[in-house]
Design a protein around this ligand. Structure first.
Ligand SMILES: [Zn+2]
Ligand SMILES: [Zn+2]
Ligand SMILES: [Zn+2]
Ligand SMILES: [Zn+2]
Ligand SMILES: [Zn+2]
Ligand SMILES: [Zn+2]
Ligand SMILES: [Zn+2]
Ligand SMILES: [Zn+2]
Length: 1834
């Protein structure tokens, strides 16, 4: 009742009334009234779109003052000290690593710019998931980085909030919130119905309400406190949430809510029932891994696990106790609507809220994951989740708090486990049938789409907090759970080698697998490792190691692995191994733990090494093309495995683990395992022929190389064995730089990632820059004209090449094999350049290693074991004898191993040696294990088993009389093997590695075997090891050897140097002198180095070497031992040589091509030169010949078969953009700054023409000016000529050839067939006879008056129409092309569009444009001179000819011939008809334009004497104009004074050439009518300040006339080929006047007043001047037209600020003036500063986007735009565009396209100059490649 009453009243007064009621001490009635009102207003049954309720709420909350006012008031009580600004995707934010405590820290632009981060390591970034500003939060960042506002803690002195201000809010908001909740409940339907997408609809309707909530949060701390209270109050929730029993609607939607809640648990109700029943049947001793059941998913079986060991409370359904909880619940259900997320995050600055919210978030964590997995748009949802969770978990206190109180860790691990369990399959590794191991299925969406990442990233985030990580490491059950999680990835994505057919489709699951191992396993591992760095944390490491080993044991058991791998499979994923390896490494390196205490028994070690070793062998197999049938993806895996982002977590731990195994296991066992794994055991025979059942012939060599390389890496790599972090960084850096010069960013990317990549910091990143400057030189970005733009590069210093280049590290880190070659090439180039090694190809240098950490000393035993020595001996022997499959690489690696052995001696401890060593079958080879002593041990005979066909067999030898002990021993040993072994093991081996290895393994297993493994073994041992196929008949032969390793080395030395006795007996003594000369060189050097080392370390070796060297050897070893072997060797060599030859040819070709291009462009071919040499003074009798670049014939250009120049026509507005000031205009970067376009040349000319047109006859106006400043046509040529008919057929062929890209043939575009320059037309050459040229050019002594008459007569001659010929047709065609080049509006300046007058103006202006542009290119003047050669390269002469032919067709309006007005004193004509406007007075006419008109309209060719006559007569006019303009600048007094003083000189001699007399005359004449000088009388005070002296007057007159002289001179230069003589700038006037013959060529320094001396009057000067002046008297606006500044500065692009940020900050959020929106892709015209919407539909007009449209209007189809969001410049040229690159570079001289790195960028002045240069010289088309059509869409 009451409510109804209230409802009817005005909202504002109701609010005021209620508020006062409520403020009373007894406010019960007020409360009741309010409740009733709210009951009816906030009725959830009303559709939410009805905003009446919202309005009511606003009014009620605000009370009488109105909502806006209320907001302001509340905001004044804001006590927040945090910024907390929340942003969504694509927002530009900052990150400062110097200020950040948490790596996730970020700042809004305002806080960043208001803080001090100078010199900090910061970057700008575009937010992907959204975020919030951390300014003011000292948990996340250092206070020094706070902005001014948040450092001041403004909150502390804010007054407390008056009680009644927020009273209404406290009462109304709970009701408002429950109302929203009810809408959410009501709108929700279970998503299995088709109505699923209706969620969006519900949200849309609720938009205003949620926006209102968001607005409230922005009112600051006071309002947030109120909201927090409401959201967290349990009583309010209880009272309002349940719904009133009597309200059916409320009841219904409450039930809806309950049912939604019921499904919120991890385990659905049905599943719960199932597991409940299954419970008793399972034992729990194997942890969580009992198999539950399997259901078929495609071919693979999906496996489900029990979840019995997980905390049931985590799996349960949710229960809610406050609004916040239910709101979050619905937020999740509705898949994180953006508005809700923002609302929830906006509240975070309130600390109470933050804690409660974090707890609530954790409480819902399992539910979030469940929803995420079901979501259709998991990507968006992931981003939103992380947007929230990053804010919560980056704060250590909060994270620890919820870890302690809410089991955060348990929840996360459980949830991760649960998530992965949904996609498990049975592992097929090892035992396909009986495996009990389960792995994730990488083809499931969960892995493929990376859906798990938000959870993993949260987990990594909280593990970065020490306190949380400690909790994790202390909780053993959690660790166990985690290990079982990791084991889900162990052995995933198994590869099976395809043996018969190529795999049908290439599975791409490997991406998912590598990503999963890195993100889900390795990252958390690195996170944990950062907390295990000191002695105090030893216990943690011990625990982890223990669980690792336990889990590994479980894994071996589950896959049924005993001692032998199933063949032809490999998985790259062994996270358990890697966990174990990395914790071991940390324990030894940082925690001082003893390695021994962390190692398992020998048997376990043997097992552990198998899988990592298999990966190494597989890598080699993949590179040897043994996996080609598996497709390219397997190469992808091999590359990813070693790639910089993965190597730290994959190959490095693997190698380290193998090193650990090698250091503890028996070295003979280990070495033989390696060769067996690499399948090259069969090769290691001394027989010339062998069989290999595992490898094809062509795979043997690469596999042998692979095995040896691996051994070298294994025994020399020290990354985890003793190198310090800095050393590692240095080695990484050096290896990357050696491969290629690198940019800073690519180097940063290539250095393996930090253990914790989220921080974006590289190991020891503080020293990254220092390290870089220590090892590399910076090559600043250079711009090669016409070349590509280079970036700043780092290149290794010379001493790095000399001392640090490590080929082994390079091999380890190369992803692409070619990089190894590249490093070697660069190394050779360095050696050659520095003169260290100049002949032949150098070998990879040997590099000394960092000493081993004592724990790993055992590794050196690998180099001192008999097995390896036998291999070395055998290989040396085979290389010496040129056996097949031996390569230089093999020798190189063998030598490397020997040298490593020599450098890493094992302290001999006889007692420690293996007792069983006597029994070894190969024991007979060498007496001990020390390499040094084995080196000189002579092997006499070796027994080999070879096929009967082998060459050894044919050689019928007597068995040696006294077989050495070695051989017999060997026989005995092999006989000692049991019969069973004998059959299975191939006895063809010189030594039976395999048998040995197996026996050892067996022994150890027997010693400490478990029953379980015993039970399985027989099976595996009997199934494998039977060699397939029947072995061929073998014969035992005994080879006579009589060599030691040393003697073999010396023989190889001879072989390599191709010299007998290459080492003299005394060479050793000579060696000692200079040890350094051995560091670099080829194989010979390497052998010498080794021999020297051996000699210095052992006397016996020394003696032995001297002995061998002293002997005279028979001729070099028998080369042709095996012809087939030789053949293959040769073949390989030949192939190699062919490859080299080809490469050399290519390089030569490229350089030749390049030099050709240069030639073609700079120096003309003699014929072309002749063609252009029309004005040459030499007499030539013959016709000019042209070369056709298409058909290759040369001949004259004729009327019938004309030849033409290849030209590019382009419209240009460069001239129009010139300004008066030489300084470039500044690009505005604030709202205050602006650019005014009115002062440009183009605008000034437009104004002048329009002004004239308003007074004078249109046709006359159109002959008095030039146009083409904007949109004029510029003609360029590459100088090549072709027959026009040849060109036509060329175009036809282009049309059919659709592959031509970048230009459109239909528009006539093509590239010059010779030089490939872009062109679009052909300019016909005039047929020329040189005799004609001569007469044309002849000097004359005729009097001026005679010439004037001759000129007049010539002008009277009617233009004759040339006879129709092919040439004339082509000439008209090119005129058409010229017209089509520019837009209509640049041609139609007249009042009648399309009239001949317009055409006339346009045509002579084309000539003007080209002359003016040439002037611009020459720097604005002609001071630099230029030989006639320059004219030849230009096509102006030909262009003039074509234009002249065309212009002759027009008849000039002869009633008013300017020539007569110029040269005769005519009776003043007053016959001006009333209806007609007057002609343009001579004083207003543009002299250069008149000159061009005369030249082009007179009969061709024009004689030079006539040309000079024209120039002279026009100079008179120009000079008079100068006087008139000057006089207008005088103050009246000055004018008076000059007038008076000049009158006196009028009668003097030569008065007609006296500036004073003439000036006086002009002043008198112009003063006759007041209007001329009167206009400016208002502002004379300004002008009078400068006093005019004779000097300043002369200067001013010269300046006024200079542009005319320049143009005339240039014209003369092109027409007659006269040289332009250079001169100093201050003498330009006299120089040019002399050149034109106006002045005596010898300048008279005594008289500086040249300008008047150049005058040459044929009639009375005073009369003529009077006549000209009389024309202008009586006209309005005279002064504006009289006074004009003809000088223009050279064109400039806008001046840009140094720092890119200045531009970016202003423009990236600036609104477009056309559409008033902030463009998605803003761009900026660098010519005029116009801001446009690139690609925006908003500003599209007539189907043309704004950028293209602007390019047409601003640059006549040429546009230069800076893309604000990318820092890149694009060029638009007509219908094409290209990316030009960036003129902003970072501190390392690199571009940052798209601002990906976000580092500060600075203007690269050189690049910008190049850009400007290309613009001014119109060379964009020629220099830039990669053009594409833009379809008007930019
Ligand atoms: Zn901020
Ligand atoms: Zn701030
Ligand atoms: Zn900072
Ligand atoms: Zn031709
Ligand atoms: Zn060319
Ligand atoms: Zn522009
Ligand atoms: Zn726009
Ligand atoms: Zn727009």
């Amino acid at each position: 009742m009451m409510a109804a009453l209230l409802l009817r009243r005005d909202k504002k007064s109701t609010a005021a009334h209620l508020k006062s009621d409520l403020n009373r001490t007894d406010n019960s009635s007020g409360v009741r009234q309010l409740q009733e009102l709210l009951d009816s207003v906030l009725n959830p049954e009303k559709p939410p779109a009805d905003t009446e309720a919202l309005d009511w709420c606003k009014c009620l909350i605000a009370g009488e003052e109105g909502f806006e006012e209320f907001c302001k008031t509340v905001r004044s009580y804001d006590n927040a000290t945090l910024c907390g600004l929340v942003w969504t995707a694509n927002f530009v934010a900052y990150r400062c690593r110097t200020c950040g405590i948490s790596p996730c820290m970020s700042l809004c632009a305002e806080c960043f710019n208001n803080g001090d981060h100078t010199g900090h390591d910061f970057n700008m970034f575009r937010s992907q998931a959204g975020g919030a500003c951390d300014c003011g939060d000292s948990n996340v960042m250092r206070e020094t980085g706070f902005c001014r506002r948040h450092r001041l803690r403004t909150g502390e002195n804010v007054p407390s909030v008056p009680r009644d201000l927020l009273l209404m809010s406290e009462m109304v908001l709970p009701r408002f919130i429950i109302c929203i909740i009810q809408y959410l409940r009501d709108g929700y339907t279970e998503p299995d119905t088709s109505a699923e997408r209706d969620l969006q609809k519900v949200l849309q309707q609720l938009e205003p309400q949620i926006t209102f909530l968001e607005e409230l949060t922005k009112m600051g701390g006071a309002m947030r406190t109120v909201l927090t209270k409401i959201l967290t109050n349990q009583q309010t929730f209880k009272d309002l949430s349940m719904g009133q029993e009597e309200n059916v609607f409320a009841k219904k939607n409450y039930e809806n809510y309950l049912s939604a809640l019921k499904n919120s648990g991890l385990v659905s109700v049905e599943e719960k029932a199932q597991t409940g029943a299954a419970e008793p049947t399972r034992g729990s001793e194997t942890g969580a891994l009992g198999l539950l059941d399997g259901q078929s998913i495609g071919q693979r079986k999906r496996v489900k696990l029990s979840s019995s060991t997980k905390d049931p409370s985590i799996m349960d359904s949710l229960k809610h106790k406050c609004f916040l909880e239910e709101l979050l619940f619905w937020t999740i259900k509705y898949e994180f609507p953006q508005k809700m997320v923002t609302f929830l995050l906006n509240m975070l600055p309130d600390q109470d809220y933050k804690i409660t919210f974090t707890k609530t978030f954790v409480q819902h964590y399992a539910f979030i994951m469940k929803t995420l997995m079901k979501s259709q748009e998991s990507d968006t949802m992931s981003n939103r989740i992380v947007h929230i969770s990053v804010q919560l978990f980056s704060n250590e206190d909060l994270a620890r708090h919820v870890t302690e109180e809410c089991q955060l860790l348990d929840i996360m691990v459980t949830v991760l486990l649960y998530m992965m369990e949904s996609c498990l399959i049975k592992s097929e590794l090892q035992d396909e049938e009986n495996s009990r191991h389960v792995v994730v299925n990488c083809s499931e969406a969960l892995l493929k789409n990376n859906t798990y990442w938000p959870l993993v990233s949260d987990f990594i985030n909280i593990l970065s907090h020490q306190s949380v990580a400690k909790k994790f490491l202390e909780d053993h059950s959690l660790l166990m759970l985690w290990m079982s999680f990791v084991s889900f990835f162990q052995g995933m994505n198994l590869n099976k080698r395809e043996l018969s057919e190529h795999v049908e489709f290439e599975s791409q699951t490997y991406y998912a697998a590598f990503a999963a191992e890195l993100e889900a396993c390795a990252q958390p591992m690195w996170g944990l490792l950062t907390h295990c760095k000191v002695k105090e944390t030893q216990e943690y490491t011990k625990t982890v190691v223990r669980y690792c080993l336990e889990t590994l044991q479980i894994w071996f058991d589950a896959i049924g692995f005993v001692d032998e791998l199933a063949p032809n499979q490999v998985t790259f994923h062994l996270p358990l191994h890697r966990y174990y390896a990395m914790f071991l490494s940390k324990a030894v390196k940082c925690q001082g733990l003893d390695l021994e205490s962390l190692l398992p028994d020998q048997e376990m070690l043997m097992r552990i090494m198998v899988h990592p070793l298999q990966i190494q062998a597989s890598l080699s197999e993949i590179h040897s093309n043994m996996w080609v049938r598996n497709g390219l993806q397997i190469k992808g895996q091999a590359m990813t495995y070693v790639q910089s982002h993965f190597c730290n977590s994959m190959i490095d731990p693997d190698i380290f683990l193998l090193q650990v195994c090698a250091s503890r296991l028996d070295p003979d066992y280990f070495i033989s395992s390696v060769f067996e794994r690499f399948k090259v055991v069969d090769l290691l025979t001394m027989a010339s022929v062998h069989q290999n059942t595992a490898l094809d012939g062509e795979q043997e060599r690469p596999m042998l190389e692979g095995a040896l390389t691996f051994l070298v890496i294994l025994s020399s790599l020290r990354i985890h064995l003793g190198m310090a972090d800095d050393e590692i960084l240095r080695a990484e850096m050096v290896s990357q730089l050696c491969m290629n010069d690198r940019t800073h960013s690519s180097l940063l990317d290539l250095i393996p990632e930090n253990p914790n990549p989220k921080s974006g910091i590289v190991p020891g990143s503080c020293s990254f820059e220092e390290m870089l400057s220590a090892v590399a030189d910076f090559k600043a970005p250079v711009f090669e004209l016409g070349g590509s733009m280079q970036q700043g590069m780092y290149t290794p210093k010379a001493e790095v090449w000399e001392k640090e280049f490590d080929p082994i590290m390079v091999i380890l880190r190369t992803v692409y094999r070619r990089d190894v070659q590249s490093a070697m090439d660069r190394y050779s180039a360095f050696l050659k350049q520095s003169g260290m090694h100049t002949t032949g190809n150098p070998w990879p240098p040997y590099k000394e290693r960092t000493p081993l950490h004592p724990c790993y000393k055992g590794l050196d035993r690998l180099l001192h074991c008999k097995t390896l020595h036998i291999v070395i001996f055998t290989l040396l022997y085979k290389i010496w004898l040129d056996h097949s499959n031996m390569s230089e690489h093999v020798l190189c690696m063998v030598l490397y191993l020997i040298e490593l052995g020599l450098d890493n001696q094992v302290e001999e401890d006889k007692g420690d040696e293996e007792p069983c060593i006597e029994e070894h079958c190969h024991d007979s080879w060498f007496p001990g294990t020390n390499l040094l002593s084995n080196l000189h041990h002579v092997i006499n005979y070796v027994r080999v088993r070879v096929p009967e066909t082998a060459p050894e067999v044919k050689r019928e030898r007597e068995p040696p009389a006294s077989t050495s002990a070695e051989a017999s021993n060997f026989g005995q040993n092999s006989r000692r093997l049991t019969g069973n072994w004998r059959e299975n093991v191939r006895e063809a081996q010189v030594f039976s590695l395999v048998a040995e290895r197996r026996r050892k393994f067996q022994e150890i297993i027997n010693r400490s075997s478990t029953e379980a493994s015993q039970a399985v073994r027989p099976k595996s041992s009997s199934t494998r090891w039977v060699p397939p196929g029947t072995p061929p008949q073998l014969v035992t032969e005994i080879l006579e050897i009589h060599e030691s390793m040393l003697s073999l080395l010396i023989k190889l030395h001879q072989k390599l140097s191709a010299k007998q006795n290459s080492l003299s007996a005394t060479w050793l003594e000579d060696m000692d002198a200079n040890p350094n000369r051995h560091a670099h060189g080829d194989g010979i050097t390497a052998i010498e180095r080794i021999l020297t080392k051996a000699a210095t370390r052992s006397h016996q070796s020394k003696r032995s070497i001297q002995e061998i060297c002293g002997k005279v050897f028979p001729p070099v070893a028998p080369k042709k031992n095996s012809p087939t072997a030789k053949k293959t060797m040769d073949k390989e060599e030949r192939r190699q040589r062919a490859r080299e030859r080809q490469q050399k040819l290519l390089a030569e070709f490229a350089s030749r091509q390049k030099s050709f291009m240069e030639t073609a462009m700079d120096v003309e071919s003699p014929d072309t030169e002749a063609a252009m040499d029309l004005g040459a003074s030499e007499v030539k009798e013959s016709e000019v010949l042209y070369d056709c670049v298409i058909c290759g014939q040369s001949g004259p250009s004729t009327e019938d078969r004309p030849t033409g120049l290849v030209v590019l026509l382009q419209a240009s507005s460069v001239l129009g953009h010139r300004c008066k000031s030489d300084e470039a205009k500044k690009l505005p970067t604030t709202d205050e700054e602006r650019i005014y376009p009115a002062d440009t040349c183009g605008a000034a000319h437009d104004v002048r023409l329009a002004l004239m047109q308003s007074f004078f006859k249109d046709s006359s106006c159109l002959q008095s000016v030039s146009i083409g400043w904007d949109g004029g046509v510029y003609v360029q040529t590459c100088g090549h000529t072709l027959h026009i008919d040849c060109h036509k057929s060329y175009m036809e062929s282009l049309r059919n050839d659709q592959v031509m890209q970048g230009f459109s043939v239909d528009k006539g575009e093509f590239t010059c067939p010779l030089c490939r320059q872009f062109a679009n037309s052909v300019l016909p050459c005039r047929p020329g006879r040189s005799t004609e040229v001569v007469s044309w050019h002849m000097p004359s002594n005729k009097k001026t008056s005679v010439l004037v008459k001759e000129v007049e007569d010539l002008q009277e001659q009617l233009g004759f129409f040339p006879t129709e010929s092919n040439l004339s047709k082509e000439m008209e065609l090119v005129i058409k092309d010229i017209k089509n080049t520019t837009q209509r509006k640049y041609m139609d300046y007249g009042k009648n569009p399309g009239s001949p007058d317009n055409d006339f103006l346009f045509m002579y202006s084309v000539a003007r444009t080209n002359l003016e542009l040439e002037l611009v290119h020459r720097g604005g003047n002609l001071c630099s001179g230029g030989a006639s050669g320059a004219a030849k390269r230009s096509c102006l002469n030909q262009l003039f000819h074509v234009l002249a032919m065309h212009m002759r067709l027009y008849s000039i309006d002869s009633a008013y011939n300017p020539w007569t007005r110029l040269t005769q004193v005519a009776p003043s004509r007053d016959n001006c008809l009333d209806d007609e406007r007057p002609e343009v007075p001579m004083l207003f006419r543009d002299c250069p334009s008149l000159l061009i008109i005369f030249v082009l309209t007179m009969p061709q060719p024009l004689r030079k004497e006539h040309f000079i006559c024209l120039v002279r007569m026009l100079y008179n006019l120009q000079y008079t104009q100068a006087l008139a303009a000057l006089s207008a600048k005088f103050s009246p007094e000055e004018r008076q004074a000059w007038s008076t003083s000049g009158t006196l000189k009028k009668n003097a001699f030569n008065a007609e050439k006296s500036y004073e007399a003439l000036l006086s005359h002009v002043i008198t004449e112009l003063s006759k009518v007041k209007t001329v000088y009167d206009v400016n009388t208002d502002e004379p005070s300004m002008l009078s300040s400068s006093v005019w002296s004779p000097q300043s007057i002369e200067y001013s007159l010269q300046q006024f006339c200079l542009p005319y002289l320049r143009l005339s001179c240039l014209l003369q230069h092109h027409l007659y080929g006269d040289n332009l003589s250079g001169c100093p700038e201050e003498e330009e006037f006299s120089g040019l006047a002399g050149c034109l013959g106006l002045l005596d060529p010898a300048p008279q320094p005594s008289n500086p007043m040249y300008s008047a001396s150049c005058l040459d009057w044929t009639v009375s000067a005073f009369d003529l001047m009077s006549q000209w002046c009389s024309e202008v008297t009586g006209l309005a606006d005279t002064q504006t037209l009289l006074v004009q500044d003809l000088q223009w500065a050279s064109p400039h692009l806008l001046h840009l600020p140094d720092n890119y940020n200045t531009i970016f900050q202003y423009y990236h959020k600036k609104a477009c003036t056309a559409c008033k929106k902030v463009p998605k892709d803003p761009a900026l015209c660098l010519v005029c500063g116009t801001f446009v919407c690139l690609k925006g539909l908003c500003c599209k007009q007539h189907g043309i986007c704004e950028c293209v449209w602007h390019s047409q209007h601003c640059g006549a189809a040429t546009g230069i735009f800076l893309l604000i969001n990318a820092s890149v410049i694009i060029i638009i040229r007509g219908h094409r565009f290209c990316l030009w690159g960036s003129v902003y570079l970072d501190a390392h001289g690199e571009e940052d396209r798209d601002l990906r790195r976000g580092k500060p960028l600075f203007l690269c002045v050189e690049r910008y100059r190049v850009l400007e240069q290309q613009w001014v010289s119109h060379t964009f088309d020629h220099i830039n490649k990669r053009w594409g059509p833009h379809y008007n869409g930019l």
